[in-house]
Design a protein around this ligand. Sequence first.
Ligand SMILES: Cc1ncc(COP(=O)(O)O)c(C=O)c1O
Length: 420
Amino acid sequence: MAYVAKPAQAKAKELDPHRIREDFPILQREIHGKPLAYLDNAATTQRPKVVIETLTRFYERHNANVHRAVHTLSHEASVAYENAHKKVAKFINARSWREIVFTRNATEALNLVAYAWGFWNLSEGDEVVLTIMEHHSNLVPWLMLRERRGIVLQFVDVDDRGRLRLDQLREAITPKTKLVGAIHASNVLGTVNPVQEIVEEAHRVGALTVIDAAQSAPHIPIDVQELDCDFLAASGHKMLGPTGTGFLYAKRELLEQMDPFLHGGDMIATVTLEGVTWNELPWKYEAGTPSIADGIALGAAVEYLLDLGMEAVYAHERKLLEYALERLLSLEGLVVYGPHDPEDRLGVISFNVEGVHPHDLAGILDEEGIAVRSGHHCAQPLMARLGMDNTARASFYLYNTEDEIDRLLEGIQKAQRLFR
Ligand SMILES: Cc1ncc(COP(=O)(O)O)c(C=O)c1O
C-alpha cells in the first residue's frame, strides 16, 4: 500500500468544489461554447484569484530587486520573497526555510541535484538506482552523468499493473549504490511509490535519496522529516503557483557541503580575484535575479492549499478517483493503465480507447470543452516497458467535480460512436 490514509484523514473536512471553483476565474470560461472541464492538472494546474492578485499587487506596489538595496521597495520584496520560502518549508514540514531553494520548475531542481551533487560526488563505477517510472527530468540528467562520469545506472522495474517491484529495488541497492532516485507519484499511471521504505533501503547502505514529488506534493500531505529523504523536487505550477516556479528541498548539511550549480550575482558572500565565498542558504543556490513575483505568488498558492488542508484535498481527489475508475472500467473498448485499486494511486488516469488515437480523442473531447492530455507524457521508458505508445490522460485537482467526469465519459462515448 502506497499512501496510507491516516486516522486524521477520515475526519478531513469536506471540500466543496463548487465553492472552490469561484476562486478560479479561468474555470468560468467556455471552450467551443461548452463550460471548461479542465482535466490536465498533471501538466499544470489553474491559479486561484489570490495567486493572480499577489502577482498584480507585487508589480503595482512592491516591485524591486531583492537583497541588493536599502530602499523600502527592495526591503518589502526581500521580506515577501523570504516569507514565500518559509511557507513552502511549512508546506512540506522542512526543519528550516533555508532548506528550500526556489527553481524555475521541478526539472531545474532535479538538475541541481545531478550537477551540484552528482557531478562532484560520483565517479566511475558508482551506482545510481532509479525506477523505470521516472519522468525524463529525473532520468535524462543521470543518463548525461553516465556519459560524463562513467556512473552505472540500475533501473527498478514495475509489475504489469505499474507498481514498483520492491523486491528488485532491494536487490538493486548494494554497497556500490550512492544515490537512489524515485518518482513519488507517476505522472502516467498515478501509482504512488512507498518512498519512505525506499529511503530506508537507500540509507541502509549509506546512499542518498532524491524524490521527485512533482505529482505528489500538490495532492497529498508531504512531510520531508518523516520521509527523511535527502533531496525532494516539486513544481510550483502543478500546485496552483505561477509558471516558472518549482523548488528543491535538501537537508541543510548537504546544501552546506555542496558547491552551487550556477555562479554569478546574489549567490556569493565575497568575491576577490583570488576566489569566492558563498552566500548563506538558500541564496547560495539562487544565482542572479530570481523570479521574485512568481516566488511570492507561489507562497500565496501554498497558503491557499494549507488553508484548505492537504488531507481534505486528498480526500476530495480520492472520491473523484474512485468515481472515475469505476466509470471508466465499466466502459467497453477502453483500457485503463496503472493500478486499479485506488489505494495504490492518485487521480492521474492514462487510458486508451480501442480504434481511436489518443490525439483524435483529445481533439473530440476539446470540442466538448474537456481538456485532457495525449502523448507519451515524458516517460518513454515506462511507456515502452508497458507496451504503451501514446495514451490519453485525465488528471484531477481540488476544483474538479463528478459532473466533469460524467462529461468525460460522454465525450469518450461520442468518440467511440464517431470511430466505430
Ligand atoms: C513526475 C514529474 N516529474 C517532473 C516533471 C517536470 O516538471 P516541470 O515541468 O515543472 O519541470 C513532471 C512534469 O510533468 C512530472 O510529472
